[in-house]
Design a protein around this ligand. Sequence first.
Ligand code: C5P
Length: 403
Amino acid sequence: MLTNKKIVLGITGGIAAYKAAELIRTLVKEGALVKVMMTKSAMEFITPLTMQTLSRNQVYTDMFVPADQYDMAHISLAEFADAFVIAPATANIIGKIASGIGDDLLSTTMMAQSKPTLICPAMNDKMLSNPIVQENINKLKKTGYVIMDSAEGELACKTAGKGRLPDIADIIEEIKTLLTPKDFKGARILITAGPTEEPLDPVRFITNLSSGKMGYALAVAAHRRGANITLISGPANLPLPAAEKIIKVRTAKEMHKAVMTHYRNADIIIKAAAVADYCPKTLAKEKIKKDKKALSLELEINPDIIADIGKNKGNRVLVGFAMETQNLLANARDKLKKKNMDLIVANNLQEEGAGFRTDTNVITIIDRTGECESFGKMTKIEAAGAILDRVKKIMSKKSNIKN
Ligand code: C5P
């Protein structure tokens, strides 16, 4: 999504300035067009040559250069940018922007621009918690700047605390959020993701191959579009996406309970979890011993979570998934009707690039009229985007959420 996006990166003088090199590299790798401004102190930590090489553009360092070299940089950069990022941002640049001071190229450009701007503070923990710095940060937030929370951990000054530059992957995700139109602003979305585990004894359980990638991708895509997200996740080994609430569960019954507690506060419910249909009828207290005889397990049926919501969904948009190995579309249509969904996303396990654990999916979205739209192989983030687009169409037809 960063292809051809124009990012102007301001680098200020903190030790984390060296990490800006990796940030530029990643932005360029993802297709962004990057121009870099460096303050004088930033150049004490890392050279413009590094940034020029990585960004494949000249680096802007000075206000006062012959006109033919910089072309009124503070104005032209403001016009060029789709978004500004300052990383790392020192207490000094934060203070200058908050006070309207423009005494070098970066601070002057900040005064001359009104594009979406992300500021990533990085400094000593005591500096960061200084009430004046905090007041400046709050002032910038109120003015519309997006300020990323600094990370906690070991700091260059040999102390530990809050003040580290966030991970580059997190900054990149925040830039994507910054650039995404907020067409789901105010919408409350409940997403379930991952497999469930159904224990037999203290060390064994029945599960499936779900990784949680599709559900987590939905959370990421919906967060970028401004939605308020509650994620209910089975055991998944993935970085947690940004969400207002994340509830971790293990079994289908725990997921059922969590969903029933929270779905009334949602406008949209997307059930991407691969919920176990059955669980062992009894849970052995001790590890089941091996015997010479065969062992049979008695299974009982788990609650069907989506069917339970379907019975009582009011005006909410309900989206389910269907993963099949045969008669995909017919089975999916049947499930949509039986469980009273608004949309069902069908994916065929036999198809290359679809299904569990992959970063891609091949989906068909079916609505209540039976109409279906098939998509070629795409990333799970792109698939999430296509699902949200269809949800938006349904949302625009519905109004006044009733409980
Ligand atoms: O019938 P099937 O399990 O294939 O239906 C898949 C859809 O139903 C998915 O959206 C899944 O999250 C949901 N489901 C559920 N509770 C179950 C089983 C499936 O909510 N016990």
